[in-house]
Design a protein around this ligand. Structure first.
Ligand code: CMC
Length: 435
């Protein structure tokens, strides 16, 4: 006889027993609400700060098996996609569920390509940023401002409108990013060259100077495309959760992508690769690596080995493995980044160390990506922008899935209230200093 797909819970406060259905290895948190000590009791909730053990959605997009270091988009292993696909194909796959046929890819690429230009007023808006504005701040505010240019984007349940705005976002993110970069270095903005590939055009907008057409190095163009594939989606991470949470209020996708970009900005999320380079520079030489690792261990979590550890991967992040290999190809063109030796030594020492082994801390996607970006001539404060551009397709795929999911409502967690019990207002004369 097949075992029953239920969970029996006994409430020792009352002696009552409840049988809860199990579906896909989960119980519905709302099924716990029936567990009460009496009619006045609100009912049992789960307490899960940071959602460490809560599935917030059902999703068919990205699969991760953290213990084995497996990552798949719509069933395709990340290694095969990185080897054989292009970023625009992968974006299509994430959004539509299947790899495009030749005709579909041509149409899709054509749509994205003709939407790369920004309204001139957006350019003017960007010109208003301070000369040393962080490119992520510029990116997130400019993408949010796009919602004022496309007010019909509010019609989030109109599939045609939604597709249009998805294309706009994927097409315009590289342009905004490149304009932000040119702004920080005080160079004139370069308009998109629609005869180039997605990453080729991006490199042109970043680097072109007086030459009539920017000559894209094919190795760097492909390397960037692979990095974009690797960063395209990663199921319910912090920024995707922000995208879904904001999107659940039926907010337009430009504003929701601005919120997701803001989440990505944080040093524990997309900002980590910038932090890795800072850390490698601080270490400075191979001889200082053991002392640094010792400091991290003794810091009791105060000081972290940036680019190490992951909420989901308890094994080598498969993206880090691909990036480590990719680094060698890039360095053949650009020359070796001198920080690579420190990174390799840091990885070697950390992987042998009990502290990291016990906590299953391995290199994540950010450990080696910054080294490639730096070798390609990108400033470290631009690295998170290079994460945001490709992640846009993942955010949008997740947002689209959310809007079509009948289980979803406006995201609104519960709390366990720990403040004072109800009390009477204290007049000014009777108050004591809070400190
Ligand atoms: N260096 C040293 N110790 C660490 C590190 C690290 N990088 N990461 C976790 N630990 C320790 C932590 O101190 C804790 O130890 P203890 O059990 O003694 O208190 C234990 O490992 C578990 O850590 P946690 O903070 O509970 O783990 P988490 O799942 O909340 O955090 C993380 C995941 C990625 C935020 C964390 O590993 C971290 O801060 N890593 C460094 C930042 C980084 O590289 N972030 C990029 C993540 S990958 C890109 C992305 O998807 O955004």
């Amino acid at each position: 006889m097949a075992p029953k797909e239920t969970l029996t819970v006994t409430d020792n406060r009352t002696g009552m027993t409840y049988e809860l259905p199990i579906q896909d290895g989960t119980i519905r948190a709302l099924d716990l609400r029936q567990i009460k000590t009496g009619p006045e009791d609100f009912g049992m909730m789960t307490y899960d700060p940071a959602f460490t053990n809560t599935a917030s959605c059902r999703s068919a997009i990205t699969f991760i098996e953290g213990d084995k270091g497996i990552l798949e988009y719509r069933g395709y292993p990340i290694e095969e996609l990185a080897e054989r696909s292009t970023y625009l194909e992968v974006a299509y796959l994430l959004l539509k569920g299947e790899l495009p046929t030749e005709k579909e890819l041509k149409e899709w690429t054509g749509h994205v390509t003709v939407h790369t230009y920004l309204h001139e007023s957006i350019k003017k808006l960007m010109e208003g940023f301070h000369h040393d504005a962080h490119p992520m701040g510029m990116l997130l505010s400019t993408v949010g401002a796009l919602s004022t240019f496309y007010p019909k984007a509010k019609n989030v349940f109109d599939a045609g409108q939604r597709n249009h705005d998805i294309v706009r976002l994927i097409a315009k993110m590289p342009t905004i990013a490149a304009f932000a970069y040119r702004h920080t270095i005080g160079f004139p903005y370069v308009y998109p060259d629609n005869d180039l590939s997605y990453t080729g055009n991006f490199l042109s907008m970043m680097k072109k100077m007086a030459e009539p057409r920017y000559q894209v190095n094919p190795v760097l163009e492909r390397a960037l495309d692979v990095l974009f594939i690797l960063h395209a989606d990663h199921e319910q991470n912090c920024s995707t959760n922000a995208m879904r949470s904001v999107g659940s209020a039926q907010t337009d996708p430009f504003s929701a992508v601005a919120a997701a970009t803001a989440a990505l900005y944080g040093p524990l999320h997309g900002g980590a690769n910038e932090a890795v380079l800072k850390m490698l520079r601080e270490i400075g030489s191979l001889a200082n690596v053991p002392a640094f690792v010792k400091d991290v261990k003794e810091g009791q979590g105060e000081k972290r080995l940036m680019g190490f550890g992951h909420r989901i991967y308890k094994n080598y992040d498969p993206r880090a493995r691909i990036i480590k290999r990719l680094a060698e190809e890039v360095f053949e063109v650009t020359g070796k980044n001198p920080l690579l030796d420190i990174a390799v030594e840091l990885e070697r020492i950390a992987l042998q160390d009990d502290y990291f082994a016990k906590r299953k801390l391995y290199p994540n996607v950010d450990f080696y990506s910054g080294l490639i970006y730096e070798a390609m001539g990108f400033h470290s404060d631009f690295f998170t922008v290079l994460f945001a551009i490709p992640r846009t397709s993942g955010w949008l795929a997740q947002w689209q899935e959310l809007l079509g999911d009948p289980d979803q409502k406006i995201a609104r967690p519960r709390q366990v209230f720990t403040g004072p019990a109800r009390r009477s207002y204290v007049p000014m004369a009777k108050r004591t200093p809070a400190g």
